[in-house]
Ligand binder design. Structure first.
Ligand SMILES: NC(=O)c1ccc[n+]([C@@H]2O[C@H](COP(=O)([O-])OP(=O)(O)OC[C@H]3O[C@@H](n4cnc5c(N)ncnc54)[C@H](OP(=O)(O)O)[C@@H]3O)[C@@H](O)[C@H]2O)c1
Length: 379
């Protein structure tokens, strides 16, 4: 029987790659979709996949779409609409492919209802990791990682029943387009240059995060929550070829790594198919592989990575402050309002401002409140 799948953020990079790989298999049935503002693409997806319901999170796009709606399906509005949709449809797994903290509420809601999720969105687990993982432990909902590094780690630890056997996790990082730039050169980086990632084709926000190495910082926090592991055991290693997607070192000196082409359709499909594997025609040919290299990351030229380690080590709502400031800083960079090297400065300033207001064991409302207050202060 095919798996019933909902894809939230279906019009984005992850969402479209998920639909592409799903369309090549008879194992999946797409029952719900969500988009924010790309109504042209959403309409095409409705025609192709015939979902039972869709949700549009941007209000004006929702009204425009309803005015011209020719489909006999329920169309929901906003974050509440996302929650309503997933409570009404019968679904086996939800792919959370929305960008930013906008995914937090629906992720928490799905897991609270005991629904399995394939999690691509990082910002929800970075800000609400403690909350989401503890509620998942109560309801039994599985959180299957889609991020390629976390999917790699998840695959490397299959069969490891004792967490104490894990010595270190190595998250690999391509190093981004500016791996070898000097501090002076980084000051001159343009938006066009920053959006040109050497190995991955992704949405704008995550592409800028990859260039600043904040993406790797967010992934360190994500790994801590997904695998319940201390941050001092989570290391970052720069591996420019993006063939090894991460590695786990065990106490006996063995390292298990996961290799594949840098193609997000592989981890997406693994999360949706788990515990089975589904066939693809994407393959890595070991006879034609370039040499694989590994380096230390440079925390001085890429301070966002250091800030992420500091935020998770401080804990409470500090990762929320880090994430909120990063979302604002990246948006401002994309709009040409601040420079590339201003991004870590804005984040550091926000973290300093938040130091005396940290809330430990925050509720969902606490996280949303801190996110809103900090963004209002920074915009
Ligand atoms: N792309 C990758 O290769 C990759 C890899 C690993 C992890 N991730 C993570 O996956 C998530 C999605 O990344 P992406 O690259 O696919 O992003 P993206 O291309 O920018 O797509 C984002 C999706 O979220 C929707 N969206 C935007 N703002 C929203 C809001 N306020 N409320 C609800 N939905 C909203 C967009 O809708 P519209 O397009 O209709 O406006 C789109 O469907 C991010 O957290 C990213 O860090 C991405």
């Amino acid at each position: 029987m095919s798996k019933r799948i909902a894809i939230l953020g279906s019009t984005g990079s992850i969402g479209t790659q998920a639909l592409d790989i799903i369309s090549k298999s008879t194992d999946f049935d797409v029952v719900a979709l969500s988009a924010h503002s790309n109504m042209v693409l959403l309409e095409r997806q409705i025609q192709n996949f015939k979902p039972e319901q869709v949700t549009i999170t941007d209000e004006s796009s929702y009204h425009d779409f309803l005015d011209n709606n020719k489909y006999q399906i329920k169309i929901n509005l906003g974050i509440d609409g996302l929650k309503e949709m997933i409570s009404e449809i019968d679904v086996d797994i939800i792919l959370i492919a929305i960008v930013g903290i906008a995914a937090l509420e629906v992720t928490y809601y799905a897991v609270s209802k005991g629904i399995d999720i394939a999690l691509a969105n990082k910002e929800s687990i970075v800000t609400g990791g403690e909350l989401i993982t503890s509620v998942a432990a109560k309801t039994g909902a599985s959180i299957l990682p889609v991020d390629s590094e976390h999917s790699a780690i998840f695959q490397c630890i299959q069969g490891c029943n004792n967490k104490e056997e894990i010595k270190n996790i190595y998250l690999t990082a391509s190093g981004g387009p500016f791996k070898d730039y000097s501090l002076i050169e980084l000051e001159e980086v343009t938006v066009t240059q920053a959006l040109r990632h050497p190995n991955w084709d992704m949405g704008e926000k995550v592409t800028i995060d990859s260039a600043t190495l904040m993406n790797k910082g967010l992934e360190v926090i994500e790994a801590k929550w997904l695998f319940n592991i201390d941050t001092d055991k989570i290391k970052v290693v720069v591996h420019p070829q993006s063939i090894i997607h991460s590695m786990v070192e065990f106490i006996d000196g063995s390292i298990i790594s996961h290799m594949a082409m840098p193609d997000m359709r592989i981890p997406i499909l693994y999360a949706l198919s788990y515990p089975q594997r589904t066939q693809t025609n994407i393959s890595l040919n070991p006879y034609h592989m370039e040499p694989l290299t590994f380096e230390h990351p440079d925390f001085r030229r890429f301070p966002c990575l250091q800030l992420a380690y500091e935020a998770i080590n401080i804990g409470g709502t500090m990762p929320t402050a880090l994430n909120a400031a990063n979302e604002v800083a990246v948006q401002n960079f994309l709009m040409g309002r601040v420079s590339f090297t201003d991004i870590p400065k804005i984040i550091e300033k926000a973290m300093n401002l938040h130091l005396n207001d940290i809330i430990y064991n925050p509720s969902l409302q606490d996280i949303l409140h801190v996110d809103r207050i900090l963004k209002e202060m920074l915009i």
